[in-house]
Write a protein that binds this ligand. Structure first.
Ligand SMILES: NC(=O)C1=CN([C@@H]2O[C@H](COP(=O)(O)OP(=O)(O)OC[C@H]3O[C@@H](n4cnc5c(N)ncnc54)[C@H](OP(=O)(O)O)[C@@H]3O)[C@@H](O)[C@H]2O)[C@@H](O)CC1
Ligand SMILES: Nc1ncnc2c1ncn2[C@@H]1O[C@H](COP(=O)(O)OP(=O)(O)O)[C@@H](O)[C@H]1O
Ligand SMILES: [K+]
Length: 569
């Protein structure tokens, strides 16, 4: 698992070390330079990978983009180290007061320095852009965790010009070959370090070398897509104790949330979470998932959600819906049982229009009444899942996945065992229905903010789908970016619904009683969904049903990798 900590948490954790005189900047800069040396030796340029033969450092060119703070200091000290190894180093300073010791170190090592704020240099702007883009490697040390808002002034102008020119050259050449390898120092300058927003120009990094701990913006969309490969440099920060909101009671006041601000599951975490049957299990103990999905107009969504649940290894699927849709579902997945009965979780709403859309879809009374029937079933399941119906009437509370049209049928408040799975447009609609002025673009620009808002308003766990998936539950936030962009295809979200439903059904009781459990399982579902997208057709287009069909192979591989004993039981 990757854990990310806010700028304030990192600062609080570094304070006691700095007070003891720990040379954090020297360690950070040395580690940064070491990574850059390895990248240069592998011949990395413009996103090309390390198959190339080892290169000599002498003659390589590095440009440092240097701001006014310690982030620039890191870049300057790393540059001094590179210069001593024979790299031709040029610092481009966007502030008249770069880190003084770093600047002296670079000069002593033979590096050159250009002050972009000097009037003579401002006139040579295009020459500066050319110099930067002719380098083998660019170290982006403009701002790190001290950043506030979009990059301003000379730094903002320079990055806007560089990012534009880089994108233009890559588009004209059809590849990034020949363009410099960009290494972000601590964070790509200009991202929202704590919230993953991208409020202004940012130079996309091929690699980010981050110090002490991952930062939320490296994991959260949209900024996560600008960070490249993230390398963590361990600085022995104690992030588990006082000062970062943990259990300890040291001299520093707790700041920010308890523990990590944002987490990301990795492949190795899945074995711990995946329901593996034991020798005494039977289909009912493995979890029964009730699926209310599809209408005569959209039967495919039901097939996809049911297929994914079956392929994910659920004990049983009970399909609930109109007879003609049930026939389609059973002919595609004969395992599905089209009958009422007890379930351990619900998957609701895929392929069912929203309440307010229903009247607009006109195709005669049959479709209307089929839709009304689905809405009725969803309302009932939600009443059980949200504890609106008493247990002696409806049986014990069970978790639910709430997708597509079911989002419009949500009660005012839900427990966190109810997981909403909107995409950005659906989340905006849900929030507008509750009085917020927000549209799809707002959600895409600040996914964390709006997913949190939806969690606060509804109480439900919120899984916001997109190029990266953000999951917000009580006290926990996850961000997963595991799938290829090929997953952006109709029906792919329905597969996620069925897959997550299978996980919730297997862990039903725990999910109802542990407030953060649904969020972790939702993150696991997003991870497995993403991996299945790749496995379905590595590097090429995928159809949603292929993603569902790839699930058994992905799960088996993860169980084998994770814990050698679990998959054999
Ligand atoms: N934590 C650790 O363990 C370690 C931390 N270390 C390093 O320290 C870094 C943090 O250093 P930091 O505190 O000096 O802040 P930093 O990010 O360099 O920028 C601050 C200056 O930038 C400016 N500025 C701000 N916003 C701006 C904007 N939008 N657009 C333009 N300019 C903007 C603003 O200056 P001003 O504009 O006010 O003059 C401000 O003073 C951290 O990221 C890591 O690299 C390592 O060395 C050791 C271990
Ligand atoms: N650019 C992307 N990269 C990776 N995954 C993506 C991308 N765009 C969308 N996805 C994923 O594809 C799925 C699309 O779901 P959704 O929008 O609900 O489609 P549908 O409603 O047609 O099933 C989600 O799981 C989402 O996270
Ligand atoms: K930076």
């Amino acid at each position: 698992m990757i854990e990310a900590f806010t700028a304030a948490q990192v600062r609080a954790a570094e304070e006691p070390l700095l007070a003891r005189g720990a040379p954090l900047m020297e360690r950070a800069a040395f580690a940064l330079a070491t990574v850059v040396v390895q990248d240069l030796r592998r011949g990395r340029r413009g996103g090309s990978d390390g198959g190339a033969p080892a290169r000599r450092l002498a003659g390589a060119r590095a440009v440092l983009l240097v701001g006014s703070g310690n982030n620039g200091g890191d870049a300057l000290f790393a540059g001094a180290y590179l210069a001593r190894r024979g790299v031709a180093v040029q610092a481009v300073c966007t502030s008249g007061r770069p880190h003084a010791d770093g600047l002296s170190a670079l000069r002593r090592a033979g590096g050159r320095v250009l002050d972009l704020t000097a009037p003579a240099e401002l006139a040579r702007w295009s020459h500066v852009v050319d110099t930067v883009l002719a380098a083998d490697v660019v170290l982006d040390g403009l701002v790190g965790i001290g950043a506030t808002g979009a990059l301003r002034g000379v730094a903002g102008d320079l990055v806007a010009a560089l990012a534009d020119e880089l994108a233009g050259r890559a588009a004209r050449a059809g590849s990034r070959a020949g363009l410099p390898w960009v290494v972000a120092v601590d964070t790509p300058s200009g991202i929202g370090v704590d919230d993953g927003s991208v409020p202004g120009p940012v130079l996309p990094a091929d690699r980010t070398v981050t110090f002490g701990a991952h930062k939320p913006g490296l994991l959260l969309p949209p900024a996560t897509h600008l960070a490249g490969v993230v390398t963590l440099v361990d600085l022995d920060l104690d992030l588990g104790l006082a000062g970062v909101g943990g259990a300890g009671s040291g001299p520093i006041e707790p700041v920010g949330p308890v523990g990590a601000a944002v987490r990301r599951l990795e492949r190795a975490d899945v074995a711990r979470l995946w329901p593996v049957p034991g020798s005494t299990d039977q289909k009912y103990t493995r979890g029964v998932l009730g699926v209310v999905a599809g209408t005569p107009t959209f039967p495919g969504a039901a097939v996809l959600a049911v297929s994914a649940a079956v392929r994910a290894g659920v004990g049983m699927v009970r399909y609930r819906g109109p007879d003609d849709v049930a026939r389609v579902v059973v002919s595609a997945r004969p395992e599905a049982v089209p009958a009422e009965g007890r379930v351990q979780a619900w998957a609701l709403g895929s392929g069912v229009p929203a309440a307010e859309e229903r009247a607009a879809l006109r195709d005669g009374g049959g479709v209307r009444s089929a839709e009304a029937g689905q809405h009725e079933r969803i309302r009932y399941a939600l009443a059980v899942a949200c504890g609106v119906l008493a247990e002696d009437v409806a049986g014990p509370r069970v978790p639910a996945v709430v997708d597509a049209g079911a989002l419009s049928l949500l009660p005012e408040r839900c427990p966190p065992s109810v997981v909403l799975t909107p995409h950005a447009g659906e989340l905006a609609g849900l929030l507008r229905a509750r009085g917020d002025e927000v549209d799809r673009e707002d959600v895409e620009a600040r996914p964390l903010r709006w997913a949190r808002r939806a969690h606060d308003l509804t109480g439900a766990t919120v899984l916001l789908k997109g190029s990266a998936t953000v999951v917000v539950g009580p006290e926990v936030t996850w961000s997963q970016a595991d799938g290829p962009a090929w997953l952006a295809t109709a029906g792919s979200g329905d597969v996620l619904t069925g897959l997550l439903g299978a996980l919730l059904a297997a862990h039903g009781e725990r999910v109802v009683h542990e407030p953060g459990a649904a969020a972790e399982l939702a993150a696991a579902a997003a991870l497995v969904h993403g991996l299945a997208g790749t496995r379905a057709n590595p590097g090429g287009p995928v159809a949603a049903l292929d993603v569902a069909e790839a699930l058994p192979g992905v799960v088996a591989a993860l169980l084998h990798e994770g814990d050698g004993t679990r998959h054999r039981r």
